[in-house]
Design a protein around this ligand. Structure first.
Ligand SMILES: NC(=O)c1ccc[n+]([C@@H]2O[C@H](COP(=O)([O-])OP(=O)(O)OC[C@H]3O[C@@H](n4cnc5c(N)ncnc54)[C@H](OP(=O)(O)O)[C@@H]3O)[C@@H](O)[C@H]2O)c1
Length: 295
């Protein structure tokens, strides 16, 4: 095992859609790229493009100082990394785990890595496979700053923006779950909105440009809400939560009149009603964060 970090070689473990995109970007950037996947055959196209297809995870790990892991979750990552042969081969090398999971799983993996002489960075990918290798990709990382800087040149081959969020290893996963919370609740709202609109004879294509208009008002609202939540003030003069709850009730009634499940909106209205019940009806919707933060 070399004592210096070889920046010209990388191993990718996990060749789902994202792992294949990562390996493809490393290849395009000219890195010697070794790949492995639990189910054989997923490396075919990458090997045709010049990747080395390893016969086992330990063989793949032994090929590079830098090992990028991208599988479905940390149970899957553990089942690959925490086998004696693989753990032994990883000693002294760097794992960059771009698998999504919880902050606690990232911390647990970091403890395991430290106990086995594996250098460890955690990370998350915030954009779809099509962005990888382009300026539109967004990566977040956490873990030892010096280790991140050491591998920054190789990671740059993935394109886009890379942000090191700090040394606390769970930080990238913390951002990831918070950002995916926004994404999936937004998508749940959009999926529901399309169903209600269709039931009223409005086609998805007709609604889409207006939906994009609604999404466009959110960035400044996100900024203001963050300021207010940090300051502990919830000014509802423009749109008190009593008015917002009334709008939510209209959505629920219209939806259920068509037999469409309104449970996502019912949950949102329920939060608003709890805020009102606590005597904060004149505040704006961001008071919900205060409610949820009470343990
Ligand atoms: N796709 C995206 O647009 C996107 C965007 C951002 C982040 N991500 C994240 O990137 C990661 C990978 O996503 P993905 O799109 O490639 O698809 P995925 O379906 O989340 O993961 C598929 C990969 O996980 C492997 N895997 C599953 N169970 C396993 C196990 N028990 N042992 C070993 N390997 C196992 C699969 O191997 P087999 O082929 O053997 O099943 C395959 O390589 C996920 O954490 C995902 O959240 C994806």
């Amino acid at each position: 095992m070399s004592t210096y970090s070889d920046q010209s070689a990388v191993t990718v473990l996990g060749l789902g859609p994202m792992g294949r995109a990562l390996a493809g970007a490393f290849l395009d950037a000219g890195l010697r790229t070794t790949v492995w996947n639990r189910t054989p055959g997923r490396d075919r196209e990458l090997v045709a493009r010049g990747a080395v297809g390893a016969g086992s995870a330990e063989e793949a790990v032994a090929a590079s100082d830098l090992v990028v892991v991208c599988v479905v979750n940390y149970d899957a990552a553990d089942s690959v990394l925490r086998r004696d042969a693989v753990t032994g081969a990883l000693k002294g090398r760097t794992v960059v785990n771009l698998t999504a999971d919880t902050p606690d799983r990232a911390r647990d993996t970091a403890s395991w890595a430290a106990a086995h002489g594996v250098r460890y960075l955690d990370g998350a990918i915030m954009t779809p496979t099509t962005t990888i290798g382009t300026p539109h990709a967004v990566f977040i990382h956490s873990g030892p700053e010096d280790l991140y800087q050491e591998h920054r040149p190789a990671l740059a081959a993935l394109g886009g923006t890379h942000t090191h969020l700090g040394e606390e290893i769970g930080r990238a996963a913390a951002y990831d779950i918070a950002l995916l919370d926004i994404f999936w609740t937004s998508m749940a709202g959009y999926a529901h909105a399309l169903a209600v609109a269709q039931a009223e004879g409005v086609t998805p294509r007709e609604l889409a440009p207006f939906a994009q208009g609604i999404a466009a008002i959110l960035p400044p609202i996100f900024g203001e809400t963050a300021e207010n939540v940090e300051a502990g003030v919830f000014p509802g003069d423009g749109n008190p939560i009593t008015s917002a709850a009334s709008t939510m009730a209209h959505i629920i009634h219209a939806s259920e009149a068509h037999g469409i499940d309104a449970s996502v909106m019912r949950a949102t209205e329920g939060l608003a009603r709890r805020v009102i019940g606590l005597g904060h009806g004149a505040d704006d919707f961001s008071r919900v964060t205060d409610l949820l933060s009470r343990r």
